[in-house]
Design a protein around this ligand. Sequence first.
Ligand code: NDP
Ligand code: 8X3
Length: 259
Amino acid sequence: MTADGNKKVAMVTGASNGIGMETALLLSENGFDLILGARRLERLQNVAQTASKNGARIWASTLDVRDKQSATTFVKEAIANFGKIDILVNNAGLARGMTKIAEQDNEDEWQDMIDTNLMGLLRMTRLVIPHMIQNQYGHVVNIGSTAGHDAYAGGSVYCATKFGVRAITAALRQEVLGHPIRVTSVDPGMVETDFSRVRFYGDNQAADNVYAGMTPLTAQDIADIILFAVTRKPHVDLDTIVVRPTDQAPGGLVSRKKD
Ligand code: NDP
Ligand code: 8X3
């Protein structure tokens, strides 16, 4: 909330599930109005309905960040509805498969990750930043990953996209210097969402194995950190926040209890 009583407007991409959904819900509980986008409209509308019970004004619409027209229309309509975007949470993202480079015969997986995690994030940023400059207020929160710090076998392209997000965050921070616009990267380790289910194309066993015997982070844990970042005083810019489960350490190390 600003001194003049205007509510802050946060745009969250990939708000139909996981980290994006929990961020939307937590922001709505904390006085933010919301612009929500994802491909699955029905799920998104359920999130919007729950968030609206907290008194937030919500606009939810289909968004495919891979698609230039979809993203352009989404931002245009959001501005028409709210007049401004104070916060952009670039959360939409995914991994596809865990295939080693030499064994990959499906380049579509690579393309999907690059189009979503890199091109999508860049596109949303490109479309939103001019409004932040015009409004002389803004905060871009990019959801990176520890995969953008430590590469692992089978994760070459997913890791490359998240290393790329780090580069984009660092460059953007320099590009908006001089404007009252903050740029933050939140880089989580293992968070139990549908992330692994999507990565393994609905194979629940494969997804469950990722978190077996350890306590992963939850989407709420990450939403909490995003809320903290966007509620600092305007002169405070949290740069990069790396967060792992206590059961995970850098270098691909995970402590698992056997049952
Ligand atoms: P989920 O699969 O639970 O959620 C992903 C969200 O992204 C969904 O709402 C999905 O919505 C949306 N999305 C995917 N593709 C697109 C697209 N093309 N356009 C718009 N929205 C899209 O996973 P998480 O919540 O875990 O993932 C969120 C972010 O967090 C991702 O960027 C991921 O890389 C990152 N991350 C996740 C970690 C984890 O361990 N879970 C750790 C570190 C980072 P829909 O399908 O409806 O479009
Ligand atoms: C997701 C975290 O470790 O599965 O970004 O790549 S990891």
